[in-house]
Design a protein around this ligand. Sequence first.
Ligand SMILES: *Cc1c(COP(=O)(O)O)cnc(C)c1O
Length: 491
Amino acid sequence: MATQGKVSPGIKHYVDAASRALKKQAEYIRSLRKCRFDTIAVHGLYSMEEAIDFNQGSIIEPVYLSTSQAYRDADEMEAGLGYLIPTWCYSRIANPSIYYYEGVVALMEGYGFKGDVSCCATASGMAALRSATDPFLDDKLSPGKPKNFVSTCQIYGGTFQQFSVRKPEHGAECRFVVDSNDLDAWESKIDKNTRFLYGEAPSNPSQSFFDIAKVAELAHRHGIPFIFDNTVATPALLRPLEHGVDIVVQSTTKSLITSGFAIGGAVIARKGIRAKYATDDMRRDFGSYIKLLPNRDNGPNFSPMSAILAINDMRTLRMRMDHVSQSTLKISEFLAGHPRVEKVDYLGLKENPLHRIAKRYLFLVDSEFDAAYGKPVNRYGHLMSFRVKGGARAARQAFDALQRIYRATDLGRIKSVATIPAISTHSQQGEAARKMADIPPSLIRLCVGAEHPDDIIADLDQSLSKVGGRVSRQVPMEFSFGGASSPIVRK
Ligand SMILES: *Cc1c(COP(=O)(O)O)cnc(C)c1O
């Protein structure tokens, strides 16, 4: 909300009412923050009072599909559009259903973190990345000077593309760090024109990991923020704000919206970030800043229907991440002992060179309060990858033979999905960049769903047994898109 200068009595009437409502909201949030993670994920910002007094007693958050809000009079409209009162005026700017989504995502990412956190919903993870980074690359912040940022090179393929192709279109240089555990490598790329540091861990697909707190310290020593993609771990296993990260981005499309019913993203930021290239508004409350200003003008906004689908899936995040992490560990152990597998990349495996560092960061939230555990337990998530002996051809044979695990460029789903990153998610970046990030064509990325792990193991076992055999083609089928279809016969 903007600070009010001199306002008319009519507007003041609304501003006073809003400040009473905000006080109540702050009290509710304070009481909720005392609850455990599951309670927060299940209830979020939607209180019983709100349900009974304002929403027909509906126990589930309502979907407000309306594009816009009607105002009582001109004073309320002026106060609303001037950001003097909380309002949702127009759904590109704000919307009640999206408010519930932003609220619960902020609470989950901010769980255990002492400071205040705000969140801005976006239409996708890519939109979240762009919304989180572009404000720091604004030319106005140092006119006529070059600008750069430093990022790990083990990142999602779309992120690599945005950083190495789109950012330079606007004059920003991305400097990649190959070994993210080498602090000197980070530091050697930082200069006086560096605007922020960027990292992703565990990375997609290669399961890289690094000492997050150390890189955050380094960023702060240089007076710049550290932005971090927490999509793979989710807040059920890692809350980067606790480790010094300033801004978290999420592709909520993945494990948060596990049903696969929507594409979505979020930017979650601590209030009061250290950033020498920023405006005061950005430093004070970055999440609200991008929501109310750049994203209002650029329009990368989320849909209210998607917000409700997301909220529904996120309620069970902790228990799902526990279950799928345990299944993934079992499946990785199976693959690690399989004669046709060259190497398994999973941070949960003791022989993984990054296991020790990941073990310091990746814990199932609240496991110390869980009756079954009673102490902190490590969980490493459901993304893993493995390399098939025999190179690209063998990997494609095993991949083509999968019968239960879907071949799809996706992850985080309630159903297991697999992809070959070199020909899909990471195809655009080219072979040299894939080499740098260690993504060979024999590598299959598997994201384990909530099926029983024995059935996934059985599918992997039968598909690996097809490697080296005669190539069997699929049956003739119809290929259709829209209403049109054409028969395809594969020979
Ligand atoms: C998928 C993904 C993104 C991009 O998110 P979209 O919702 O697909 O735009 C960013 N980072 C990671 C780690 C991802 O897996």
